[in-house]
Design a protein around this ligand. Sequence first.
Ligand SMILES: Cc1ncc(COP(=O)(O)O)c(C=O)c1O
Length: 440
Amino acid sequence: MYTRETLFVNEKGHLSVGGADCADLAKEFSTPLYVFDEAHIRAMMRAFKGALDEYGGGGRVLYASKAFCCEAMYRIADGEGLGADVVSEGELYTALRAGFPAERLYMHGNNKLPQEIRAGLDAGIGCFVLDSREEACRIEAEAAQRGIKQKVLIRINPGVEAHTHRFVQTATPDSKFGFSVANGEAAAMTAFVRTLAHLDLAGYHCHIGSQIFERRSFEIAVQKCVAFMAEMKKSQELICRELDLGGGFGIWYAEGDRALPPQGYREELSAIGKEVERACEQAGLPLPFLLMEPGRAIVGEAGLTLYTVGSVKETAHRTYLTVDGGMFENPRYCLYEAKYTAVLAERASEAPQRTYAIAGKCCESGDLIGLGFRLPETKAGDLIAVLSTGAYHYSMASNYNRNRIPPAVLVKDGKAEYIIRPQTPEDLVRFDTIPSRLKP
Ligand SMILES: Cc1ncc(COP(=O)(O)O)c(C=O)c1O
């Protein structure tokens, strides 16, 4: 198992996170439960920030809030001096409600709705990242009405096949995201945006994918972006002031994945910054202000999910442990056959003896946390911790089968508090309404 200062097996043989014993957390807050380690979240934010502080052109880390969005996360990101990327009115609303400074918000999305554009402009967000001509026109019209000039970036697709699952590759030739550099769309969009009087085109954004381990993929993206920036300087006399390289750093989920301490991520991002410096120098370009948008790497390993085993079932091919969670709180196995590490939270130092599949409680055969987990002999009532569940779990959760989305606690120095409160049965019917003809 991967361990760190705030995630280890304690003297009782229990899994400890953020100074709290997982068995105590389960007793106090019940299961299923998302647990977030605040110290690790902060350490990751500081690591990325430290790397951009070293970069010659200045920079800012934008926390990609889609990874795990709640008010407490914005409080932490603000406290650490980060900006944030938001992709919907809901994320924007959450950030503003948490008191996050609007000027440090960048709004993404490949189909920003008119009301999302208005909400962003009303709030005075720092920047919109454009992903269509239509939305550029909508922002232009709204900005004109308000008599302002709105900073924008254009999302470009530099054509990089990052080595990751195809569902999380975002810069392949047929990606729905961005304007292709290769077919001239990015250059045409640049020229178009510059005709819009109320948009201030500050530069470019690209995001090549997620769960990427190879630095080389980022370096290629840098080289392609800088080459495009040089082309735009030559053909359109545009000086790119900002370059946003998106997110995508891979994290440890299971054996075979690279496990990096925060310092390792700092080194990765520093190397990317150096590549921007090198490529810009070679191209004779001034250094752009550099933005990065890590989400998964900030919050993924900081999270774990606690479950109680409800039953053990033998089938022809495998033994299932059925837990009190499933695809409603972790859809990632169903989406990508994602791999995880599971630990018996109260017998974490015992040697594994058997191989189990861990199944959820939803009415779908594919509702699995995964296959092939090596654990000690496990029985109903045992507490299981699945590691690295901080990113794209709660944010992708649903009430499928009218299950309640689990609450989340933030733990630091052994003290845990809710950051997402438990749902009640009443919450599940809150939006239901019965037409009068069906009323008794
Ligand atoms: C535009 C953009 N930025 C940042 C991210 C965050 O990526 P990750 O969580 O892999 O760091 C994403 C993820 O989809 C994204 O689409």
